[in-house]
Design a binder for this molecule. Structure first.
Ligand SMILES: Cc1cc2nc3c(=O)[nH]c(=O)nc-3n(C[C@H](O)[C@H](O)[C@H](O)COP(=O)(O)O)c2cc1C
Length: 382
């Protein structure tokens, strides 16, 4: 048997440590950390750890399957790679690498509005089933043009992120001088020199091929210096997004529509009444509102209130297969993975992200066996 790529990585924390060594400090902190006092990050972890699943013993678990049905599609794992802005900075063409890893695992990859690579290129080069995550720009016409682009690229599932009503307060990014547009500074220069593998393989190659990396979904006019100043306000994230936008998107988007970042029963019910196909119960990986509840705290009440009338996905804090089992036991039908696969892609592109997915899949399989769960539905009894 050939050894898998990255055989020395045995869990997500191993991948995280390796990513920390490889990435410049400012970039690693951008993907790894939370917001303000980071109470929500530790809260997510503590709440997941507090969920204990009681095994059924003496069950024949020789045939186990983690096969899932998400939005009408059958897939081998109950996972989706979450949208993560600027994933193309952690690895050259990082979004394509993540999408390839998703395609190999047979799961969807969700492209972020704030991707460094365009949805068209990811679609053409990855072979993955793509979802598209939307942040609403101030200029609604340009926002609609963006989702038309995603549809034309073959995307059928639109994910409107609703938990980022304003820009989050992340002090470490300010201290590190990290943001788009990337800016030169003495500090950033030293950071780059200390991480020569990343600097050569990602930054220098990008600079040579296409200049300073920026968001690929900005309209072409934005790429000129003049266009940039006149358009920049139109493309900032709208702070007046309401249910009226959901109503308009529901009318316009012919495919499945998901709202990501729901943490309240009343909002879940309002989503249902707007004809939304699914919600993601999420606190954005603890990156936005530091006093938000963890998704596992609110998931059972939301599942009970919805009563099977709309699909419910969840995310935030998955680092082990057992965390996936915990979310499913509470009633989610699928789980999004954010940082775990980012750590993987940071150290080895599609193979690194694939290794992380394999580890999560293996751990889920062991957890299911231990719990006496032959399939995902059995987890609901634990
Ligand atoms: C670096 C990074 C960038 C992210 N960018 C986005 C984004 O552009 N849109 C979005 O809806 N969520 C974004 N998220 C949140 C993820 O989609 C997901 O909800 C979260 O990462 C899940 O938590 P986990 O990282 O603990 O798995 C981002 C997360 C990270 C770590």
């Amino acid at each position: 048997m050939t050894k898998p790529a990255f055989a020395d990585l045995l869990n997500v924390e191993d991948a995280r440590r390796a990513a920390k060594r490889r990435l410049p400090h400012g970039l690693f902190e951008y993907i790894d950390r939370g917001s303000e006092d980071e109470l929500s990050i530790s809260g997510n972890r503590q709440q997941l750890d507090a969920i204990r699943l009681a095994p059924s013993v003496l069950v024949d678990v020789s045939q186990r399957s983690a096969k899932a049905e998400i939005l009408g599609h059958s897939q081998p794992l109950p996972l989706v790679i979450a949208p993560t802005a600027m994933a193309g900075l952690v690895w050259r063409d990082g979004e394509i690498a993540l999408a390839k890893a998703a395609a190999r695992a047979g799961i969807p990859f969700c492209v972020s509005t704030q991707s460094i690579t365009s949805v068209e290129r990811i679609a053409a080069e990855s072979g993955a089933k793509l979802w598209f995550q939307l942040y609403v720009w101030k200029n609604r016409q340009r926002t609609l043009a963006l989702i038309d682009r995603a549809w034309a690229a073959g995307v059928e599932t639109l994910v409107l992120t609703v938990d980022t009503a304003v820009g989050p307060n992340r002090e470490y990014n300010l201290r590190n001088g990290f943001g788009i547009p990337l800016k030169a500074s003495v500090r950033a220069g030293i950071d780059l020199m200390l991480h020569p593998r990343w600097t050569a393989s990602v930054m220098l190659r990008s600079l040579i091929a296409s200049g300073v990396p920026t968001y690929a979904h900005y309209p072409d006019e934005f790429r000129t210096r003049l266009g940039r100043s006149s358009l920049s306000d139109e493309l900032s994230l709208a702070t007046d997004v309401t249910w009226e936008d959901v109503r308009l998107l529901r009318q316009r988007w012919k495919g499945k529509l998901i709202l990501k970042g729901i943490l309240r029963v009343d909002d879940a019910l309002t989503a249902l009444s707007h004809g939304v196909d699914a919600i993601v119960v999420s606190n954005h990986g603890a990156r936005n509102l530091d006093c938000a509840p963890g998704p596992t705290e609110v998931l059972p009440a939301i599942v009970a209130a919805i009563g099977g009338r709309m699909e419910i996905l969840a995310d935030s804090g998955v680092r082990r297969g057992a965390d996936i089992a915990r979310f499913l036991a509470l009633g989610a039908s699928g789980v999004l993975i954010g940082r775990a696969t980012l750590y993987g892609v940071a150290i080895g592109g599609a193979d690194g992200a694939g290794r992380v997915l394999d580890l999560l899949s293996y751990e889920l399989n062991v957890t299911m066996g231990m719990l006496g769960a032959r399939n995902l539905a059995d987890l609901r009894r634990c």
